[in-house]
Design a protein around this ligand. Sequence first.
Ligand code: ADP
Length: 532
Amino acid sequence: MPGDMQDWDLRVSGLIDHAAREHGNREIVTRWADGAVTRTNWAGIRRDALKLVQALRRIDIYPGERVATLAMNHGRHLAAWYGITGAGCVLHTVNPRLFDDQLAWIVNHAEDRLLFYDAAFRPIVERLLPLCPKLEHAICFDSIEWGMDFDAWIACEDGEAHWTTGCERSPCMLCYTSGTTGQPKGVVYTHRSQVLHTLAMIAPSALDLAPRSVVLPIVPMFHANNWGLPWACAASGAKMVWSQTNDPDALCTLMREEGVTHVAGVPTVWFSMFEHLERTGGELPPIRQVLSGGASVPASVVERLMRAGVRVVQAWGMTETSPIATVTYEPADWDGMTFEQQVAVKSSQGRPLYGAEVRVTALDDPNRELPHDGDTSGALQVRGPWTVQRYFRAEDDAVDSAQWFGTGDVATIAPDGTLHLTDRTKDLIKSGGEWISSVELENAAVGHPDVLEAAAIGIPHPKWDERPLLAVVRKPGVTLAAADLQNYLAGKVARWWLPDAIEFVEELPHTGSGKLDKKALRRLYADYSLPA
Ligand code: ADP
């Protein structure tokens, strides 16, 4: 027999309709690069998004077409997210930190005809236009000096329009992974996958979002779906605070002035934030919660945040999982735990949300499942309704017949489901037939009070296959010696994990999304010879 409930398609336009209807006055604040602060609210974002729908129709951009953005975090970009998806088009967020040839490849592969960009990225757009023959229109979000600007472009519309309706399984967004091997791969999200991800995200055990929440996403809007925050904040009626730049001083001021409760960013954000606070003698603004993801967050950072009274939610996921699959929610016995045990829980990669399943398999056999004993590490696989099935324009599925997707990460899973990421498959250091986790080595090094950042890579070794080299950025003004750091590490990791060499460097290379760029580091040390 058929069910008798109303058959509504889950589309992201429903989220902004809800936000405008139920939380219309909740503010959306932007701090622009020049320091100016502007305000709108969810009702204003919806109005601008509907005007954008009309403007897209005016220039014959049709449902299903990709529309790109090359921009940092701000309210106009947010309106564009809802306008582009509300017109039935596919929002394609492009990472401006990529090289020109990667950018051109992505824009051409996506066949973007229209691009919205920040004035700061105009030089990139000028270089891209001749390389991307299908790119017909470029509209600037925040300036009218060159071409057309966003506000002027939508100003002639009245917003009296309707969203494009359609099936919840139609595409709404496209993100490319950074393409660590080969060309970047596109992940096309559906309206349904985004709405389901949103519902899981806002729960108290996950991000705990509510109308009282004030959310500052430091993670850029072009990175991995901006962790679903633009959708989740609309669904929960949270206030959003955006900053076009990531200067720690400006961010701290913004947190204080706007009463920010939730901050989301990759761990490097906290390294620079703490460094700034130490230098200026300032205190962490009174935030309630930090969402950390994209890379493993060292226990020392978790501890520092928790001591300041902040709830830390570490999330693991990837572009292919929309991106959040596991979070460090508090287990049932949380209140009986010691502080150290609680820090350990929050320093793990957490447990799956409803909607994500994980397992580990043998590194050399993706079909041989390994036990969830907290000890046996293997290749991490994931599946669920917001995990990728097939990459954009690929001929084959990216998953096996049971829909397991190989993440390229190496992990253990404890009997209670807690995930511990050991490394990425390609970053593991193979020494004497055993594996050394570069991530654990780095996290141990960052625990030293004089270390700002550290990265470990394997260097070829005649006897052991590979041995670790640790590249370290010291905090300003300290004189930490390699031998002292070795002594410190000796108490933290197995003896045979200790790096064969420590190199102190001014800075480490990072990817476009702010993570350590091990590929670039390996290139840098390609001819390195370890001390005998
Ligand atoms: P990119 O490959 O461009 O960095 P993603 O943002 O999709 O793209 O990166 C996903 C990867 O980031 C994961 O496969 C994992 O290696 C790493 N990652 C994400 N979250 C965490 C976390 N909490 N701890 C450790 N690593 C993480």
